[in-house]
Design a protein around this ligand. Structure first.
Ligand code: ASP
Length: 350
């Protein structure tokens, strides 16, 4: 209501200022004003075999409570005139600090029983980006990714070097023990047991489901700037310094003000090979598809054709939100351009 009155006043003011001028000019200005005021935010916390029958009411409530806190905190920043970058970082930090998700505290374990964290962030106005891979002592990898973007001339840093940089810029470091959770350790044991029983690749059909909980956020701020970010512990039982799509710009994260912002989750190897986040943006840019059409094509056609699964969240420059996945569920929440909150865990047919 307040917003409507605000826009009405702006419209009247612009009309008054333009008296005597070409009337179509004032209409254009009002249009620009309205588009610039559009806000939207969407988050995800992983896609996979997420079935209602496997999640108790109390766990469902626990997931939804953190999702709501995260999306509302980001939105509040946008409402107060903050940047989409601040909103994305804030929302993701809340998810990283929760043991429920596969990012920060609660990250999955590698084959060696360690937690190696990946994250990336990108802003659509400048196409600046920052990413980190394989860090083990940084409490909030998304904040380190942002520091790489803003406080270094590089885009991506890995392992010890990234941690030295984190120390230099004064980020919070923790003992690697901080990331330990019982449930993720049990998931590692299950994966390793299957491994030794089958002697097949560690990407057995169940390993994918031992990891859901990667987190991401995309936001559009009052100035029309889109930002996107993603943070993860990767895949349970990963080996040999494996790095997934989440810290790879164009695969797990992408943002371009003239198309969209995207954060992805799923089987990372396929998202890297399909350059999934950028592919959606490219289809919008070069083929004129809408965000929803491009995301449907990539997630429901191109990704499964390669054998991959997962999903994406995205926002276009008009504030339209897309949440698309080819798994049975994806933890997601959004506040759209009308201010409507939505929190969902499962696909619509469950
Ligand atoms: N994409 C992440 C990775 O492969 C995992 C996930 O999103 O669940 O590292």
């Amino acid at each position: 209501m307040k917003k409507n009155i605000f826009f009405l006043c702006i419209s009247l003011l612009l009309c008054a200022c333009n008296k005597g001028n070409n009337p179509s000019n004032s209409a254009d200005q009002v249009q620009i004003q309205i588009e610039k005021e559009t806000l939207a935010i969407v988050i995800h916390a992983g896609a996979g075999t997420i079935l209602k029958e496997n999640i108790s009411d109390s766990m469902e409530l626990a997931y939804k409570t953190v999702l709501e806190k995260s999306v509302r905190s980001g939105y509040e920043i946008l409402e107060n005139g903050g940047t989409s970058l601040d909103a994305v970082e804030t929302s993701i930090r809340i998810l990283e600090d929760s043991p429920l998700f596969n990012a920060g505290k609660g990250a999955v374990f590698t084959n060696a029983g360690t937690n190696e964290l990946d994250a990336s962030i990108m802003e659509g106005k400048t196409k600046n980006a920052g990413a980190v891979a394989g860090v083990t002592t940084v409490k909030n990898p998304i904040t380190l990714a942002r520091a790489v973007m803003e406080q270094s001339e590089h885009v991506m840093m890995a392992r010890k070097g990234a941690e030295t940089f984190a120390k230099e810029v004064g980020l919070t470091l923790v003992d690697p023990e901080y990331f330990y959770t019982e449930s993720r350790m049990k998931a590692l044991k299950r994966a390793q047991h299957r491994d030794s029983a089958s002697k097949t690749s560690y990407y057995d059909p169940f390993a994918k489901d031992e990891k859901f909980g990667t987190v991401g956020c995309v936001a559009l701020d009052k100035s029309g700037n889109i930002a996107a970010g993603t943070s993860t512990g990767g895949m349970t039982n990963k080996r040999w310094g494996r790095i997934g799509d989440s810290p790879i710009i164009g695969a797990g994260t992408y943002a371009n003000n003239s198309t969209c912002g995207i954060s992805a989750t799923g089987w990372g190897e396929f998202f890297i090979r399909g350059v999934i986040a950028y592919d959606i943006s490219a289809m919008m840019e070069y083929a004129g598809l809408s965000l929803q059409e491009a995301a449907n094509k990539v997630i429901h056609e191109k990704l499964p054709e390669m054998g991959g699964d997962g999903g994406i969240i995205g926002i276009d420059q008009k504030g339209n939100i897309a949440t698309v996945f080819n798994t049975s569920g994806m933890f997601r929440a959004s506040i759209d351009k009308t201010g409507t909150l939505s929190i969902e865990l499962y696909s619509e047919d469950q």
